[in-house]
Design a protein around this ligand. Structure first.
Ligand code: S3P
Length: 207
């Protein structure tokens, strides 16, 4: 039977939110963590604090591929922590190794949003290097074509819509609960090599 309240849910694994920029991963993630009584972690903020630079600066200094490598390592480290709610940057789940690790250690939730919503939400801020100075609709439309088939591999899909984020978070909590019940998953799988160690051959990055 479904518990009356989502605060009664015991989360067996970290819940990882994936989806395009503007889908609401951070906003919904914070509310979801509050409603489940767990910690909220923003992977991009953790990357920035590990690197001691903003995401834009990381793109400038290490390029997108350096950012992606660091992103993979930081997420692997976060997945070693006790179950919590994690928002990831839009490209994280596109990395095969990260996706595989998320599959084995977490429950992935794709917050699916339509193009109009993404354009509207991303137009409010200008901190995203992939969008800066570019036509958001064009970039996001292309990313949608490329990424949606991969995001569709997430364990749970929830449509992100305008409206109170608390209601969205509640919807996500219920969808996750339903998935946990159907799949019977419990704790995270043990992974011998989660790839979180910085290779010694890397002379440029320290994180
Ligand atoms: C990116 C999304 C960003 C951030 C980086 C790259 C992407 O995060 O990780 O700018 O590739 O989609 P948000 O999805 O939180 O905006």
């Amino acid at each position: 039977m479904m518990p009356e309240s989502t605060s009664e849910i015991k989360v067996p694994r970290t819940i990882v939110l994936v989806g395009l920029m503007g889908a609401g991963k951070t906003c919904i993630g914070k509310r979801l963590a509050a409603c489940l009584g767990t910690e909220f972690v923003d992977a991009d903020a953790e990357i920035e604090s590990a690197a001691g630079m903003s995401i834009s600066e990381i793109f400038e200094v290490h390029g997108e591929s350096g950012f992606r490598q660091g992103e993979r390592r930081v997420i692997a480290r976060l997945l070693r922590r006790p179950p919590h709610v994690m928002a990831t940057g839009g490209g994280a789940f596109m990395n095969e190794k990260t996706r595989e690790l998320i599959k084995r250690r977490a429950i992935s939730v794709w917050l699916r949003a339509d193009l109009d919503l993404l354009v509207r939400r991303t137009s409010r801020r200008s901190h995203r290097p992939l969008l800066r100075g570019r036509d958001h609709r064009e970039v996001l439309g292309k990313l949608m074509e490329e990424r949606h088939p991969v995001y569709a591999k997430a364990d749970v899909v929830v449509d992100s819509a305008d409206g109170p984020p608390e209601a969205m978070a509640e919807q996500v909590a219920r969808a996750v609960m339903d998935y946990v019940r159907r799949s019977g998953i419990d704790g995270p799988e043990e992974v011998a090599d989660d790839g979180c160690i910085l290779p010694e051959s890397d002379k440029e990055m320290t994180w």
